[in-house]
Design a protein around this ligand. Sequence first.
Ligand code: FES
Ligand code: FES
Length: 157
Amino acid sequence: MTKIELTVDGARVTDDVEPRLLLVQYLREKLGKTGTVVGCDTSNCGACTVHLDGRSVKSCNVLAVQADGAEVLTIEGLADTHDGDGLHPVQEAFRECHGLQCGFCTPGMIMQSVDLLAENPHPTEQEVRDGLEGNLCRCTGYHNIVRAVLHAAGGAR
Ligand code: FES
Ligand code: FES
């Protein structure tokens, strides 16, 4: 077992983990952060996307021990990073633009979108599509997802 210390959604956590444990398994099975989901387990779908020190990563492609000393943000802590009450503006934009159908891809889509907008606050439609190319929606709801990200960008202007 290896000792890790990290911050998850603003809370300090210390744990002993097996070196082979994936970050997504750690978040879901040890911390109960089931808002982060597993869609493929092969780093293809992006459903497991979280932020590691402020940048989006596919948490099925990161070992828990690699997050030692890092700050992890999941969909469950995202609203708290925003000053206002309630949802983060990107969450609100997905709600307003109906950027989801079954919702399975939504946590990863939103975490990826927040990172995308942090890098490029005023993206074109093509830049949004390119930025989300690593996130798959099995419901093929891409049109409204892209609209939601553009709406969030507009709201931030
Ligand atoms: Fe991680 Fe699909 S579960 S990319
Ligand atoms: Fe169902 Fe995207 S809304 S997978």
